[in-house]
Write a protein that binds this ligand. Structure first.
Ligand code: FAD
Length: 323
């Protein structure tokens, strides 16, 4: 009978994504409440020595699938190798991050394993002998509680929503035999290297700008740098070529859940709100007191962002100096 929880912990270029720690922590919490074991699995090339970092978050066992064919994320290779490990471990629940790669892998695994999948899951709770998965639907207008029939069940969790908790366990890292299988695709060229830029979906603070910036993001970048946050954008700003598509927040951009989201000169169209409504604290700065973004925000500032944003940056700088 399927049992236990298996987490696929995502890494890129030899460093774990924050969502890997979200997933292992959530796996630990559920494993405790279900009285079962937690296995953390990492796929990649040259990753055997980083895999041990997962001990800190309470995995009962850690498996490393280390092979040069897994150096870059590849749908076929990652699906084949993950599916082999899952079939041999036969877990009742699989958790992974709903990152760009995680969503791709989750969907492929669901099809391969004939398993039910909850994408963008923001909560998992045990209700008697059932698991209830919560996810936003209709652009965040409702939260749906979902049950999955059969096993394994797959939850792709939204980054930054689950709490990271440390509960160190002294476990060894076991290397697994990698069978890469048939691979029909390969990475030919990487056009964009993100470098040191904070990944939007993992940022704790995001300052976003829209049409109201008229294309000048200097004040927004200054505030982001003062707060140690990332810069986001509405689709209007991206369509105008003011920001790259990788900065777009919303239905056709990224879905983010930072601790603090500051929307500057953004009206709050439903497609934008769909990407940021699960942020923990939302501040809106807009000239129009009737702008819909104010009904989504915890703090609303009616004013011209050209004056308000630099004033906030100055205050942040003063406070940081006094710390
Ligand atoms: P506007 O709606 O034009 O709002 C600009 C705001 O700035 C206004 O509220 C104005 O009062 C305020 N403002 C102007 N000047 C100042 C100033 N100096 N100081 C302060 N405030 C000022 N949009 C997304 O963002 N992300 C998506 O992923 C996305 N996906 C979409 C998918 C589909 C299928 C469709 C149809 C649309 C999508 N959109 C998306 C577009 C969305 O509907 C809106 O058009 C877009 O979000 C508007 O961007 P904005 O808020 O920057 O601009």
């Amino acid at each position: 009978m399927a049992q236990g929880i298996l987490v696929l912990a995502e890494q890129r270029n030899g460093a774990f994504r924050k969502v890997a720690f979200d997933a292992v922590s959530e796996g630990r919490r559920l494993a405790d409440s279900m009285n079962t074991d937690l296995t953390a699995v990492v796929l990649g090339s040259g990753i055997e020595n980083i895999a041990g970092a997962l001990r800190k978050y309470g995995a009962d066992s850690i498996l490393a699938a280390d092979d040069s064919a897994l150096a870059d994320y590849n749908t076929d290779a990652y699906t084949n190798v993950s599916a082999n490990i899952i079939e041999s471990k036969d877990p009742a629940l699989i958790i992974l991050g709903a990152s760009i790669h995680g969503k791709d892998l989750a969907a492929r695994l669901a099809a391969r394993l004939d398993a039910g999948l909850v994408m963008e899951c923001i909560n998992i709770k045990q209700d008697g002998d059932k698991l209830v998965f919560t996810r936003p639907m209709y652009g965040g207008k409702i939260l749906a509680d979902i049950e999955i029939e059969g096993t394994p069940k797959i939850a792709a969790i939204r980054p930054n929503v689950m709490t990271i908790e440390e509960s160190e366990k002294a476990v060894t890292v076991d290397k697994v035999d990698v069978r890469v299988g048939e691979v029909k695709t390969s990475v030919v060229e990487k056009l964009i290297e993100e470098g040191d830029k904070i990944e939007l979906t993992e940022a704790d603070i995001i300052i976003s700008g829209g049409h109201g910036t008229s294309g000048d993001f200097t004040a927004i970048e200054d505030l982001a740098s003062a707060l140690g946050g990332a810069v986001g954008a509405s689709r209007f700003a991206v369509d105008e070529g003011w920001r790259p598509h990788s900065d777009q927040v919303g239905q056709t951009g990224k879905i983010v859940s930072p601790s603090l989201y500051i929307a500057c000169g953004i009206s709050g169209a439903i497609q934008h709100v769909a990407g940021m409504s699960t942020s923990k604290n939302i501040v809106a700065i807009n000239k129009d007191s009737e702008a819909p973004i104010f009904s989504e925000s915890d703090i609303g500032i009616v004013g011209d962002l050209v004056e308000v944003v630099p004033a906030i940056t100055e205050e942040v700088k003063k406070l940081s100096k006094n710390l």
